[in-house]
Write a protein that binds this ligand. Structure first.
Ligand SMILES: *Cc1c(COP(=O)(O)O)cnc(C)c1O
Length: 225
């Protein structure tokens, strides 16, 4: 797998270039359940942003990276457990998965304790799937106002994880709707400039629709067991 990582990253970058989609924003390599050695390999091939879903796993990997002097920007993208918020505050530069008001309170407090400001995105459950976390789009403004009132949080935009459709037209339709939601939000909150959208299965359409952060796991690191 080590050798394939470079090939995979090259493939993604050239795929993005070939569709004139470059300069879209940030490629986040989602490294959940993958060994630190693989993260290091991706880092040596130019990746600086990594996504993790589990606070404990993030803590262990961030410690290894610090020992190594590897300067990574960590994105927390998994469901947030209350008792893990201190760990998330300590290690992450970005949190994409805010979906409850009390998480906002607690994250702000934990960041205050360590004198840190953290970038946050609101997770919006766009396909209204009960299996997925995220707030309903009708609650976006209530949550946004809460986040932007916190002095240790920098409000940056929204994260979405649309359903995977077999039909590309449907994916385009849903992703354009997400872009519109973020555009509208940014009119009220100019700092909310990020739209975190797109994974291994749908990142090209996501970029075409205006995603500024794609989160790619399996296409870089191989299948997860
Ligand atoms: C696992 C995960 C990804 C990456 O998915 P892949 O299909 O491996 O690219 C992206 N976003 C979130 C929130 C995830 O949990």
């Amino acid at each position: 797998m080590l050798k394939e990582i470079k090939k995979n990253i090259d493939k993604i970058n050239s795929g993005i270039r070939s569709e004139n989609l470059f300069d879209f924003g940030t490629l986040i390599a989602v490294s959940k359940k993958k060994k630190y050695e693989l993260i290091k390999e991706a880092y040596q091939n130019g990746i600086r942003d990594f996504g993790e879903n589990y606070a404990q796993e993030l803590d262990e990997k961030a410690a290894r990276a610090n020992e190594d002097g590897v300067d990574i920007s960590w994105h927390f993208i998994g469901p947030i457990q209350s008792n893990k918020i201190a760990l998330i505050a300590k290690n992450a530069q970005w949190v994409h998965s805010i979906s409850r008001l009390k998480e906002i309170e607690k994250l702000n407090n934990e960041c205050g304790l360590i004198g840190k400001k953290i970038n946050v995105l609101l997770q919006v459950n766009i396909s209204k799937e009960s299996s997925k976390s995220g707030i309903h789009k009708d609650s976006i403004y209530e949550f946004s106002s809460c986040i932007s009132s916190k002095k240790n949080l920098a409000f940056k935009g929204i994260m979405v994880m649309p359903k995977l459709y077999d039909d590309d037209d449907k994916t385009y339709q849903v992703m354009r709707e997400c872009k519109k939601i973020q555009d509208d939000l940014q009119r009220k909150y100019p700092e909310a400039s990020e739209l975190s959208m797109g994974t291994t299965s749908d990142y090209k359409i996501a970029i075409a629709c205006g995603s500024t952060m794609i989160r790619i796991g399996e296409l870089i690191f191989g299948k997860r067991s």
